[in-house]
Design a binder for this molecule. Sequence first.
Ligand code: TYC
Length: 101
Amino acid sequence: MEPRVREKSSSKTTEKLKEPEQFKVILLNDDYTSMDFVVEILMTIFHKSESDAAKIMLDVHKKGKGLVGIYTWDIAATKVEQVHAAARANEFPLCCVVEPA
Ligand code: TYC
């Protein structure tokens, strides 16, 4: 992946600013997690509206996986941990993964 590079120059210095790398959070389907729980996770952890959350959940249910959002590394990794912690606490096997965007 080639990072985009912006160059800013002044008379004395040349500064290179890289865009922060972006990561996709991908939600995976399983046969046990309830649809309501997935919608709740999408609303609380990913701040989706109820109708967007329901659409994403159904898309993942039908296709096996789906994009939830694109974030910087720290935010993507934190959201994945939050999903797994909530799933574990509710005894669901819900899983999501991070991929480079
Ligand atoms: N397939 C689950 C069911 O039928 C629902 C589900 C949707 C689970 C999306 C996980 O990421 C998921 N109860």
